[in-house]
Design a binder for this molecule. Structure first.
Ligand SMILES: [Zn+2]
Length: 292
């Protein structure tokens, strides 16, 4: 380009015209997703694959479940957890969700059974939600969108580190729990009350003595399939345990969840809402039910 510029300069063209010329001579710029992924048009789910190729893989999550097509598999055992409330460490607003982080440096808070072959360690939980009560979940069941979806992320310590687990098809186990609107859930309020300390993006606060199994519905029936994280880089390493029975929370509690911001403290306030990925192609994967 420098050569061209000099050539035109020699011909005495004004600088502004020169720049215009050079721009026209450039090949059309290939649009790329901005560095930071999100849920807006310019950086949302339809564009994640540009920076995170796994997002176009064949085993992506979430999916839409059609329960009439799902077969009971008697090999799917009951699952159980033994969570240590003291392993809860912090609550974090990362601008895309609110996450509670657990100490996973040893076998403290564990998930066993179900479709899993060994114990898995709880690392964090977080949620996905909408801007109103009528949608917000990621998985869809018989066309039903729930108000939110809770994800409890566990990793397989046989792979030594969380990072190594991300590279294995059975490295991660996520318990997914739908949130529906009804009466208030007292245990959920403990989490919601802590949101005031992490109102803006990047804030983190201590959060301990919390047992997330207090949020589990009474019924342990589940669906299971192999899929991915629903956020970039969308690694296909997840054994999903999706609970059939939703957790009931109040509309006021959902409103409180929507009160946190995706903007930082020094930025104009933007509510953190609509942080869900739409359903992905099933590509012949088998979804199994633990129940008849
Ligand atoms: Zn999630």
């Amino acid at each position: 380009m420098q050569h061209g510029r000099n050539k035109y300069k020699r011909r005495g063209l004004p600088e502004t015209l020169l720049e215009d010329w050079e721009r026209r001579l450039e090949p059309p710029r290939k649009t790329t997703m901005p560095k930071e992924w999100g849920y807006a048009g310019h950086n949302g789910p339809d564009r994640w694959h540009e920076l995170y190729p796994s997002a176009k893989g064949n085993n992506q999550s979430p999916i839409e479940l059609n329960t009439k097509d799902i077969k009971h598999d008697p090999l799917l055992l009951p699952w159980s957890v033994s969570y240590d409330p003291g392993s809860a460490k912090t609550i974090l607003n990362n601008g895309k969700t609110c996450r509670v982080v657990f100490d996973d440096t040893y076998d403290r808070s564990m998930l066993r059974g179900g479709p899993l072959t060994g114990p898995y360690r709880l690392r964090q939980f977080h949620l996905h939600w909408g801007s109103s009560d009528d949608h917000g979940s990621e998985h869809i069941v018989d066309g039903v969108k729930y108000a939110a979806e809770l994800h409890l992320v566990h990793w397989n310590p046989k792979y030594n580190t969380f990072g190594e687990s991300l590279k294995q098809p059975d490295g991660i186990a996520v318990i997914g729990i739908f949130l529906k609107i009804g009466h208030e859930k007292g245990e959920f309020q403990l989490f919601l009350d802590a949101l005031d300390k992490v109102k803006t993006k990047g804030k983190e606060a201590p959060f301990t003595n919390f047992d997330p199994s207090s949020l589990f519905p009474a019924c342990r029936d589940y669906w299971s399939y192999h899929g991915s994280f629903t956020t970039p880089p969308c690694e296909e390493c997840i054994v999903w345990i999706l609970l059939k029975e939703p957790l009931t929370v109040s509309s006021d509690q959902m409103a409180k969840l929507r009160s946190i911001l995706s903007s930082a403290e020094n930025e104009p306030p933007v509510p953190l809402v609509e942080n869900w990925r739409p359903p992905q192609p099933i590509n012949g994967r088998l979804v199994r039910a633990s129940f008849k």
